[in-house]
Design a binder for this molecule. Structure first.
Ligand code: 13P
Length: 250
């Protein structure tokens, strides 16, 4: 049985004092869950978030990293830097980074390899735009992104990669994919992984859904056959709302 991973992506929100308050409020609300609880926070919140989440079941992640170990890359943060302060997860290839910061399938692949080299667990985002969806290209786009992201990884690394299927048209729009459509897209991704790395590996890969997940739709999405939790944007900023998503199965 794959574990559900419920991860928040705070994006560019929350000052350190807000991060501390949110995590302090969240911790008792999610302490009894069997689901993995992760918050991916801005770099400037990481240290405060890690300290506040100590002795809780909340894991902390970053939202991006550079693929090089160190060097003349002004403004960048490496996997080694994240690992050194105790970060466990890192989001890679979010559609906002692909769209606004020139992230490509190639840099996504390099970053995933660098994440593993530094003992970080990558949450890799794939997803189609509205145009691609309307052109009937969803399956082609998301399976291709998945293939390119995972290229050159060992079976063991693929097994430990979390994929977040986030249709771009559903992000921050209030439009959620139907649970059936989201599940079918995730099955497509899993089948592609099975084709390349074998069914054994594919059955172990955690594949989340992201895009306007809320406490009111989480249960319907997360109780389908193949959706293994979610990557949550806006609804992860408030402890009460996020805890209800984490506890969708209570
Ligand atoms: P929303 O939940 O705000 O739609 O954002 C989804 C997302 O991009 C998570 O990474």
């Amino acid at each position: 049985m794959r574990r559900k991973v419920i991860a928040g992506n705070w994006k560019m929100n929350m000052l350190p004092n807000e991060a501390i308050s949110m995590i302090t409020e969240l911790a008792p609300l999610v302490k009894d869950t069997e689901n993995e609880v992760v918050l991916c926070v801005p770099y400037t919140d990481l240290f405060y978030a890690l300290l506040t989440a100590q002795e809780t079941n909340i894991k902390i992640g970053a939202q991006n990293m550079h693929f090089e170990e160190k060097g003349a890359y002004t403004g960048e943060v490496s996997g080694a830097m994240l690992k050194s302060i105790g970060v466990e997860y890192v989001i890679i290839g979010h559609s906002e980074r692909r769209q606004y910061f020139a992230e490509t399938d190639e840099t996504v692949n390099k970053k995933i390899k660098a994440a593993f080299a530094n003992g970080l667990k990558p949450i890799v985002c794939v997803g189609e735009s509205l145009e691609e969806k309307e052109a009937g290209k969803t399956a082609e786009i998301i399976t291709n992104q998945t293939k390119l992201a995972l290229e050159g990884l060992t079976n063991e690394q693929v097994r430990n990669t979390i994929i977040a299927y986030e249709p771009i048209w559903a992000i921050g729009t209030g439009k959620t994919a139907t649970s059936e459509d989201a599940n079918n897209s995730i099955i497509c991704i899993r089948n592609k992984i099975a084709e390349i790395y074998g069914n054994d590996v594919a059955q172990d890969v955690i594949i989340q859904y992201g895009g306007s997940v809320k406490s009111t739709n989480a249960k319907e999405l997360f109780t389908t056959s193949d959706i293994d939790g979610g990557l949550i944007g806006g609804a992860s900023l408030k402890a009460d709302e996020f805890s209800k998503i984490v506890n969708y199965d209570k």
